[in-house]
Design a protein around this ligand. Structure first.
Ligand SMILES: Cc1ncc(COP(=O)(O)O)c(C=O)c1O
Length: 508
């Protein structure tokens, strides 16, 4: 459905006001958000830049050798499986977030705050599958509901199931701005759908993302990944045309967004601005406090839809998501991870009814609707898992508990780093904790020594990740730690002791 742009703009303004009021009310009603204190973003940026300019504080060769020896003696089962994986799986790994040095660890069991590998080693798990398990891994009350569902109808039928409706309604209850919800297979699919809906609804083509942000791997958003300004550096296998109307901007800079939206007006206008509300890569480039509201205003001014990618923040920051926390109502929200409670097929898009109606399904809508699909989309298993996980998260206050664990972990790491006079930077958005030891992600493309610094800083990060694991802590690529409700003080103390054993060996 390609709508007239002016009518669409008016509709946007009215509905956005309504949704804003609803979102604010929901936010007030549910004060239990994971962020107890917003990071001081300008101060953080200064510290991150100091880290990038400081000499590297890596682990010495002897320490790395000791850690490699540990893997040889303690992780032989993983080594054997990884060697076999090399024979059948490209590069031997399926997971971008897996720890790959010296080889991927193969997991045998996951429960609460812990992972156990095939060799029987137990780890405190701050990867948490990349973020969906705010209740902790393999949470029994949700698993029981999933098993009941499997016993009654199996994982999939292809027809309507009650859990589809229950999940969509529950999401609407928590996020009133999500008037309609379409469940899909992944966050990547949710972003694809959001972009398509925005284009269909506004009749405009350009999309704007923030540099460094990851919005899945569809053709149109593999642009400016990881390090802002890198454009199509990672767009191998993607034809130029697919990215022609994708633009990236420096993080946290509303003035740059205003200028870009103005410029794009002359070329048919912008369909959508897509942001991760806490900043690109879950806040690796932290968003200043008023940033989302400023983006909302600019989108309104230019008749562009505001899309919140809440794949990570959705329900992890609180049941109202980042939109409830910030009190900013997006037109569309992309879901992933928590929406299926840590079970497979986790994705979706939701938002204002008149935008979402571009997806109205059926076989007779050819030419009028934006096409989405998926054989296993909205299957009963994913919907039941998501529904019961969200209910449990609300009942137990899991987002706030996980956030408190994040606060304690951050404070503990801060103390260890200060005690050893390391230049490392740690901060958190509740249960999303960032630990920057090498500064590799904060190198700036325009720095003359960017390319000479990149390799060694990347290696240091990898060394840290490998050492943390050998000491018993799994992180997300060495620089991000997701906490969950299962992270008790005892678990956190165990992890902090492990971090300190690594920090104690860092080169002077
Ligand atoms: C912010 C964000 N958006 C989108 C995605 C893509 O989601 P998925 O991996 O489910 O395709 C991710 C995945 O990590 C993400 O972190």
């Amino acid at each position: 459905m390609a709508a007239d742009a002016t009518a669409a703009q008016t509709a946007v303004a009215v509905a956005v006001e309504t949704a804003r009021a609803e979102t604010a009310a929901a936010g007030a009603a549910r004060a239990a958000y994971a962020i107890s204190q917003y990071p001081d973003v300008p101060a953080l940026e200064a510290r991150l830049q100091r880290l990038v300019r400081s000499p590297l504080r890596d682990l010495p060769a002897e320490a790395l050798e000791r850690y490699h020896a540990w893997y040889e003696t303690h992780a032989a089962g993983s080594k054997a499986l990884a060697a076999e994986a090399q024979r059948y799986i490209p590069g031997g790994v399926q997971h971008n977030l897996a720890l790959n040095e010296p080889w991927p660890l193969a997991v045998a069991a996951a429960e609460g705050a812990y992972l156990t590998d095939v060799d029987g080693n137990r780890y405190v798990d701050f990867l948490q599958a990349g973020g969906p398990t705010v209740l902790g891994s393999n949470y029994a009350p949700v698993r029981e509901k999933v098993l009941e569902l499997l016993a009654s109808c199996g994982p999939v039928t292809g027809l309507l199931h009650e859990y589809e409706v229950r999940l969509a309604k529950l999401i609407h209850d928590f996020m009133p701005g999500v008037q309609r919800f379409r469940m899909l297979g992944s966050g990547t699919e949710g972003v694809m759908a959001a972009v398509r809906a925005a284009r269909a609804f506004t009749g405009k083509a350009h999309i704007v993302k923030i540099g460094g942000a990851y919005h899945g791997w569809s053709d149109q958003v593999v642009y400016g990944l990881r390090i802002p300004g890198t454009g199509s550096l990672e767009a191998t296998g993607i034809p130029k045309g697919a990215l022609e109307r994708t633009h990236e901007l420096a993080p946290g800079d509303p003035a740059a967004l205003a200028a870009l939206l103005e410029k794009l007006e002359a070329d048919g206008g912008t369909a959508a601005v897509i942001v991760e509300p806490v900043g690109p890569e879950s806040g690796t480039y932290p968003a200043p406090r008023g940033y989302n509201a400023a983006v909302r205003e600019l989108c309104d001014r230019h008749g562009a839809l505001l899309v919140f990618d809440e794949v990570v923040t959705g329900f992890r920051l609180g049941m109202g998501g980042a939109q409830g926390y910030y009190g900013v109502a997006p037109d569309l929200t992309v879901f992933g991870k928590c929406v299926a409670g840590g079970y497979p097929a986790a994705g979706g898009v939701g938002g204002r009814q008149e935008v979402m109606d571009v997806f109205a399904g059926g076989l007779t809508a050819a030419g009028q609707r934006a096409f989405v699909g998926g054989t296993l989309s909205a299957n009963p298993l994913s919907c039941a898992a998501g529904y019961h996980a969200l209910l449990e998260m609300d009942r137990t206050g899991a987002p706030a508990k996980a956030g408190a664990a994040g606060d304690r972990l951050r404070a503990g790491l801060e103390a260890l780093i200060a005690a050893r006079a390391l230049p490392y930077v740690v901060y958190n958005f509740g249960s999303i904790v960032h630990l920057h030891t090498s500064g590799v992600l904060h190198l700036r493309l325009e720095d003359p020594d960017f390319f000479t610094e990149l390799g060694p800083r990347k290696d240091t990060l990898e060394h840290m990740s490998t050492a943390f694991a050998a000491e018993g802590v799994i992180t997300l690529a060495g620089s991000r730690l997701y906490t969950s409700m299962a992270d008790t003080d005892e678990v956190l103390d165990e992890a902090l002791a492990a971090f300190d054993r690594v920090f104690a060996q860092v080169q002077a």
